[in-house]
Design a protein around this ligand. Structure first.
Ligand SMILES: [Zn+2]
Length: 217
């Protein structure tokens, strides 16, 4: 659970986090103070590098499609966990992270990308550990600056509340959807827009295959 009193923030920012823990992932909060986001996400970011969570057979199926058949047009995923990048056989440009990804890093201010691995090094050495699991963590957080604009706005590309979805989603969908002949929709109840609109954007004759544990639509 969130412990605002431990987070590097002003009293009014802490009060906002107490009222609503989701304020940690608000765009306005992040631009005012990046520490709540980075401190809360620290274990998730570093655990992603350590591969504490592993790609499943469903992730691997996408790799199989690409490597065995060469017919993968694109993987659109709403997952932010970065597990798709454990599929080393799938080129990154085949993956569109509709809501961004914990495994990709960029400056929220100017968009300049940063390498995930060196970002993780910075998180490890600059961001304090709220959860007392890393004895090597610093006692106090210090900013991680963008190499281009020098602002402390570098973060995983996961979409903050109040931010737009990555433009890539819209441009890729426009390119891809008119030509697909098979759309495999897996592990989604199709409740979340605009990812669910892909179903209607595929061309009329495309076969749509849905795989999900619960009823969909
Ligand atoms: Zn920047």
């Amino acid at each position: 659970s969130l412990k605002p009193e431990l987070i590097t923030a002003t009293e009014s920012q802490r009060a906002a986090m107490r009222r609503d823990p989701m304020s940690v992932v608000l765009k306005d909060m992040f631009f005012a103070n990046a520490f709540p986001y980075l401190e809360v996400r620290r274990p998730f970011i570093l655990g992603t590098r350590e591969q504490n969570w592993r790609a499943t057979l469903s992730h691997r199926f996408v790799e199989l499609l690409h490597k065995k058949t060469g017919k993968l047009t694109r993987l659109y995923t709403q997952n932010i966990d970065g597990l798709d990048y454990q599929n080393k056989g799938v080129p990154p440009q085949k993956v569109v992270n509709v809501h961004g990804s914990i495994g990709r890093v960029a400056c929220e201010g100017c968009g300049t990308p940063a390498a995930f691995d060196s970002f993780c090094d910075s998180v490890q050495s600059s961001i304090k550990d709220l959860y007392s699991i890393d004895p090597a963590a610093p006692q106090e957080s210090t900013p991680i600056l963008c190499s281009a604009c020098q602002r402390p706005l570098v973060k995983p590309t996961t979409v903050l509340f109040g931010s737009n979805l990555p433009a890539e989603f819209f441009t890729r969908a426009e390119e891809d959807m008119p030509d697909v002949d098979l759309l495999i929709i897996a592990g989604t109840s199709l409740q979340v827009s605009p990812a669910n609109s892909l179903v209607y954007r595929a061309n009329e004759s495309a076969v749509r295959l849905i795989v999900n544990n619960e009823p969909v639509g």
